[in-house]
Design a protein around this ligand. Structure first.
Ligand code: HEC
Ligand code: HEC
Length: 210
């Protein structure tokens, strides 16, 4: 019995090592750069790259307003439009009032299938909270929201980095924007580039364009 438990523990540990699941929370503090160590100009440069990511359909399609209508960009199309099939996130943001998002967007850490299959992730598919609205907003507006703890889930610059690492540890939505399934475009750079840019922007005091 004891030997079996140890074997399971060892197997779990090696799976974690292979997949990167269970990244320590401290990882975000490793990503963080000392406050003030980055100039405002370099922070604004980092913001430009962040803006290109957060306004990309792979991110913004979920970060929608209180109408709770998800957006999509089918393969081969460049324009984003309203999600087909009359899907509605509702106040629950997970479609509990009508048809649950997870009916089609199943919860699994398996890689995404080629478009037009529904995307999936290791956490339950859902719209971002209303305050985190990005779709249709300007870069300056998103920047102001992202650094405002009253509208970003109470997060300072380091907690934002923690959110990225935590989401990644669950095979969540954020790293998957760069692995959305064949046929879909990806935001510029890589997930790791995005973490680095968020660290630069944070250390520069989260400067925003006017
Ligand atoms: C499937 C829908 C979905 C997609 C796609 C998605 N998000 Fe989110 N996002 C959420 C949800 C849900 C939350 C709320 C989680 C929380 O606060 O714990 C969230 C919260 C966040 C937050 C926390 C605070 C804030 O101000 O928004 C950040 C940062 C974030 N997402 C970044 C991204 C980035 C970057 C991408 C693309 C690379 C992305 N998200 C794609 C659903 C999504
Ligand atoms: C009946 C099945 C179905 C249901 C239910 C459903 N979706 Fe979808 N969804 C899809 C399919 C299929 C796609 C992929 C379309 C494509 O890329 O061609 C998709 C794509 C998306 C996209 C675009 C992702 C991207 O990276 O561009 C978002 C966002 C999304 N769904 C959110 C939701 C949310 C939120 C819910 C629940 C409120 C939901 N969906 C419910 C089938 C569904």
């Amino acid at each position: 019995m004891k030997a079996a438990l140890i074997a399971i523990a060892l197997a779990a540990a090696s799976i974690a090592a292979l997949t990167g699941i269970g990244v320590a929370k401290d990882d975000a503090s490793k990503d963080a750069l000392p406050a003030g160590s980055v100039s405002r100009a370099d922070g604004l440069e980092a913001w430009k790259r962040i803006e290109a990511v957060v306004t990309h359909p792979r991110c913004a399609n979920c970060h929608v307003d209180a109408k709770a209508i998800p957006m999509w960009t089918p393969a081969g199309e460049t324009k984003t439009r309203v999600h087909g099939m009359n899907i509605h996130g509702g106040e629950s943001r997970i479609g509990a009032e009508t048809i649950a998002c997870s009916t089609c967007h199943i919860t699994t850490t398996l890689p995404n299938d080629p478009a037009p299959a529904p995307l999936h992730a290791g956490i339950d598919w859902q719209l971002a909270p209303v305050e985190f609205i990005w779709f249709g907003k300007s870069g300056a507006e998103i920047c102001a929201q992202l650094k405002d703890p009253k509208r970003n889930g109470g997060r300072d610059a380091v907690a934002l980095l923690e959110h990225l690492r935590h989401d990644a540890s669950l095979s969540g939505f954020i790293p998957r924007a760069w692995a959305p399934g064949a046929g879909r475009t990806t935001p510029p750079g890589s997930f790791e580039d995005h973490v680095k840019d968020m660290a630069l922007w944070g250390a520069a005091g989260q400067p925003c364009p006017n």
